[in-house]
Design a protein around this ligand. Structure first.
Ligand code: NAD
Ligand code: UDP
Ligand code: UDP
Length: 321
């Protein structure tokens, strides 16, 4: 991918900012659209001087008129704390946002990729989760605004492909972590690392036996770009994640070991509808993208710990939880 004009929505967020950076490195022009709901200007400050980078403050629930070759749609709060703060806005971002961007893609005949999520599988009854699995989602629970919003966005993408022959791509992203995660978004990796670095109690929700599979952000970004580069007939959905599966208790113990922390583990109530297990079946990604996640959890956590350690020293107020 080179010399393309590319729109990245949610470009000032955790994953979006890394994607913008990588697309610029590859020699593309990037328009980053973001309403700064959870994103931060600090994530993209270093890109503002680049003449091939443009930042537009805009909420994707409203129409958008730009001319590009490709669209990566990442705009949407991703952590439970943030997406549950204003559930209606989360649904509007997923649904109205998708309609606007699909309408835009249709008008200019651009390729468009949707950042979907493993949450479309809900609390899965099939393990690991292949793309064929339809999921087990509560339509009216605390997580529904996100889960059902993202499911509807997939349906919209699919409908524009069927009806308008639009070149669409859907990736289902499993838990991804790395430097630039927001210190306050309550996700398990950032929470545990910040707690451990400050020798505060590590908060495990429930018994800690629930599992997640953690993908390092560089692996994820590589897979998204490969997906965008697939032939038109490859629409997805394709799971992207690291199949290494860990209990939340194992994650806590690993973070304590890697930080040399004196933190104690404490229990907190399990939020409702919290999925009990999650692991991607990545056979499709391996076949279609010639890709698999290569960063082991231990290595990715070491980079992420170094990032938060520096952030705590340089910007302690930003890290207050
Ligand atoms: P993030 O919260 O850091 O980034 C989301 C970005 O979207 C932010 O910059 C936010 O300000 C912006 N945004 C939100 N609503 C918007 C709107 N209406 N208009 C314009 N911008 C808006 O989250 P992230 O972890 O970088 O996630 C990026 C995408 O990847 C999301 O779509 C998320 O659902 C998806 N995803 C992430 C993960 C993960 O583990 N990080 C897992 C599955 C899916
Ligand atoms: N849209 C947009 N930018 C464009 C073209 C369309 O934001 O360049 C929006 C437009 O506001 C519309 C939505 O995309 O609400 C869906 O467009 P589509 O053409 O599919 O449907 P229609 O305009 O017929 O409702
Ligand atoms: N979790 C936890 N302690 C925390 C934050 C999260 O035990 O401080 C648990 C949470 O209940 C869930 C898992 O860790 O079972 C992953 O949570 P996260 O919010 O990171 O992602 P998601 O639930 O959306 O996969």
């Amino acid at each position: 991918m080179k010399n393309k004009h590319i729109l990245v929505t949610g470009g000032s967020g955790f994953l979006g900012s890394h994607l913008c950076e990588r697309l610029l490195e590859l020699g593309n022009e990037v328009i980053c659209v973001d309403n700064f709901y959870t994103g931060a200007k600090r994530n993209i400050y270093h890109l503002l001087d680049n003449p091939r980078f443009e930042l537009v403050r805009h909420d994707i629930t409203f129409p958008l008129y730009v001319e590009v070759d490709m669209i990566f749609n990442l705009a949407c709060p991703a952590s439970p704390i943030h997406y549950q703060r204003d559930p209606v806005q989360t649904i509007k971002t997923c649904v109205h946002g998708a309609i606007n961007l699909l309408g835009l893609a249709k008008r200019i005949n651009a390729r468009i990729l949707q950042a979907s999520t493993s949450e479309v599988y809900g609390d899965p009854t099939i393990h690991p989760q292949p793309e064929e699995y339809w999921g087990n989602v509560n339509p009216i629970g605390v997580r529904s605004c996100y889960d059902e919003g993202k499911r509807c966005a997939e349906t919209l993408f699919h409908a524009y492909w069927l009806q308008c022959n639009l070149p669409i791509k859907i990736v289902r992203i499993f838990n991804t972590y790395g430097p630039r995660m927001h210190p306050n978004d309550g996700r398990v990796v950032s929470n545990f690392i910040l707690q451990a670095l400050q020798n505060r109690d590590i908060t495990i929700y429930g018994d800690g036996q629930q599992t997640r599979s953690f993908c390092y952000r560089d692996d994820l970004i590589e897979a998204m770009i490969r997906m965008m580069d697939t032939p038109d007939e490859v629409t997805g959905p394709v799971n992207i994640g690291n199949p290494g599966e860990f209990t939340i208790l194992e994650l806590a113990e690993l973070v304590i070991e890697l930080t040399g922390s004196k933190s104690k583990i404490v229990r907190r109530p399990l939020p409702s509808d919290d999925p009990k297990q999650r692991r991607p079946d990545t056979a499709k990604a391996e076949k279609l993208l010639k890709w698999q996640a290569t960063t082991p959890l231990r290595e990715g956590l070491t980079h992420t710990i170094a990032y938060f350690d520096k952030l705590l020293k340089e910007e302690p107020d930003f890290c207050k939880q």
